[in-house]
Design a protein around this ligand. Structure first.
Ligand code: MSP
Length: 524
């Protein structure tokens, strides 16, 4: 059986996750479920990134010790993913003992190999914040966090020799065109970081203690990114007594990351793996961001929307549909209440729900609820709709191959529109007026509509599971044995019984009222 190992970043558990953060997870879950339906042995890794100054400070603010704090936050992340029906296989926590031990082994190996060396870290230090900043991070020459004076300080630290691997990394990029998607991210890395000369990376800190200690020099803790990135292999048991999962699933087929953390994944991570002498992931997919009208989502701006809020009012499927459909992976997109409600009304209610409703009611009206027998292609309209059905699957699969997620979903909706148009083209109500003469045509029309709905229900299944269940139930198809191969059985619907009275799967919303409702949510 072919395997597919994919990962999301492990999240900083430093607050509630908004829809932007949830986007990475929704993308990963969709891809995983699609691969699973195709018969892959899948493994989706997610989790929380629990060390570092930021977390230590947050815990202090709340009067908790860091471990107490991250325990609570990790729980709430798991609860959210459960609510969003995220089918992860492992929830990684970087404070888990096995991970800490593995990171220490990796650090000591790098040290022994000479990839890590001891040097001096120099930067602008803010005493009250106990933090270093680079020249460019300062605001008017002062601490960007508290606005106080900073002073130039030096301290002993360990560095990873990135320079040594720069040429090897460039060569790898060039020899492996699928390694980075979309491609312009590769050029960004080359032009902004590699060509100007890679700096060695400071991989330890002594200014705070909430981290994994360097075993051979315990006053140092290991830099959070060296700690966090290795989770992709330690989660599979790398360097532990049981490396079964690692042997089965590594190298990863896909890492999904947001654009802000591209550099860590496209430069440091591959170099760490080269230093460990193990294979690199096949693809790293970098996605852009959801923004708001007034820029970045942030609590202080009062423009944040949380996934639970949308799910509670509009359901999980509508929320996932919007997130996946609205922005292409490679450009930023805006979340707007108007856009959300518009998509709900036009795509889900007008297009999808109406197609189902009209079809089910016609099967009842003209054929007593049973899908009629269809005697093969009768005319060019039949031929064209069958070709469209086949092409929809092919186009969708091609987009998915390249992780062009919004395009793949749009392909399904094109087919939904096409099917609605097919109703108008074949006008079953006219055919029914002269039943004797037009019986075959009428049968063909109804037959194709049910076949199309079955295909649509299968194709939306990886991201709209309960809607898919609902469609299949209404058209009388058992969902138990549905997988991606079922798309080849376009034919197998004759004689099935649809439900007597169709139920709308999405009801039209009042645009104005709902837009206001979402705007009010953002202010909370
Ligand atoms: N802890 C690091 C990842 C370590 S991976 C070895 C981290 N965590 S995070 O919680 O800050 O971000 C998690 C993911 O959420 C990232 O992929 C980030 O890009 C994504 N997003 C955060 N805000 C987002 C939007 N507004 N829109 C889309 N994605 C966003 O980084």
């Amino acid at each position: 059986m072919k395997k597919f190992y994919l990962t999301t970043p492990i999240y900083y558990p430093s607050g509630k996750f908004h829809i932007g953060t949830a986007y990475t997870e929704v993308l990963a879950d969709f891809i995983k479920k699609y691969k699973k339906m195709q018969g892959y042995d899948t493994f989706l890794l997610t989790g929380t990134d629990e060390h570092g100054q930021k977390i230590q400070d947050k815990a202090k603010e709340e009067g908790k010790n860091p471990k107490e704090y991250v325990d609570i936050q990790a729980e709430s992340a798991m609860k959210l993913w459960k609510e969003m029906n995220i089918d992860y296989d492992k929830f990684m926590r970087t404070t888990d003992k096995y991970h800490e031990i593995a990171v220490q082994k990796i650090f000591e190996r790098f040290l022994a190999q000479g990839d890590i060396y001891k040097g001096e870290y120099e930067g602008w230090y803010c005493k009250p914040c106990e933090s270093y900043f680079t020249e460019t991070q300062l605001v008017d020459g002062k601490c960007p966090d508290c606005g106080r004076e900073v002073s130039k300080m030096k301290e002993e630290a360990y560095f990873f020799n990135m320079k040594k691997y720069a040429d090897k990394l460039l060569k790898y990029y060039n020899d492996n065109p699928d390694f980075i998607k979309p491609e312009f991210r590769k050029n960004e890395m080359i032009n902004n970081f590699i060509k100007p000369g890679l700096e060695d990376l400071c991989v330890t800190r002594t200014s705070f203690s909430w981290g994994i200690q360097v075993p051979s020099d315990p006053k140092h803790v290991i830099y959070v990114w060296l700690d966090a990135l290795t989770n992709y292999i330690t989660a599979l048991g790398y360097t532990s007594d049981n490396e079964e999962l690692y042997n089965k699933f590594w190298p990863a087929d896909l890492h999904i990351v947001g654009k802000d953390i591209a550099r860590f994944h496209l430069i440091y991570w591959p170099i760490f793996l080269m230093a460990l002498n193990i294979p690199l992931p096949k693809t790293i997919l970098v996605h852009n961001w959801y923004t708001m009208k007034d820029g970045k989502m942030s609590k202080s701006k009062g423009n944040v929307i949380y996934p639970e809020q949308l799910i509670e009012r509009y359901g999980l499927d509508a929320t996932k549909y919007y997130l996946l459909r609205e922005i292409p992976i490679s450009t930023d997109g805006m979340f707007t209440p108007e856009g959300f409600i518009e998509r709900y009304n036009s795509d889900l209610c007008n297009d999808l729900s109406n197609l189902l409703n009209r079809t089910v009611s016609m099967v009842n009206k003209y054929f007593e609820g049973y899908v009629p027998k269809y005697n093969g292609i009768q005319n060019s309209v039949d031929e064209s709709i069958e070709n469209d059905a086949k092409n929809t699957v092919k186009t969708f699969e091609n987009y998915m191959e390249n992780y062009e997620i919004a395009n793949s979903i749009q392909t399904i909706w094109n087919f939904i529109s096409r099917s609605n148009k097919y109703i108008d083209e074949t006008s079953p109500w006219n055919l029914a007026k002269e039943m004797n003469e037009n019986q075959e045509k009428l049968k063909s029309s109804i037959y194709h509509l049910i076949a199309n709905l079955k295909q649509i229900a299968i194709m939306i299944r990886p991201f709209m599971e309960s809607t898919s269940d609902n469609i299949l139930r209404q058209i009388g198809i058992e969902k138990e044995n549905i997988n991606w191969d079922s798309l080849n059985d376009y034919e197998k619907i004759e004689g099935i019984k649809v439900i007597e009275k169709g139920e709308p799967i999405f009801m039209r919303l009042n645009q104005e009222e709902e837009v206001q409702y979402i705007k009010d949510l953002m202010k909370k």
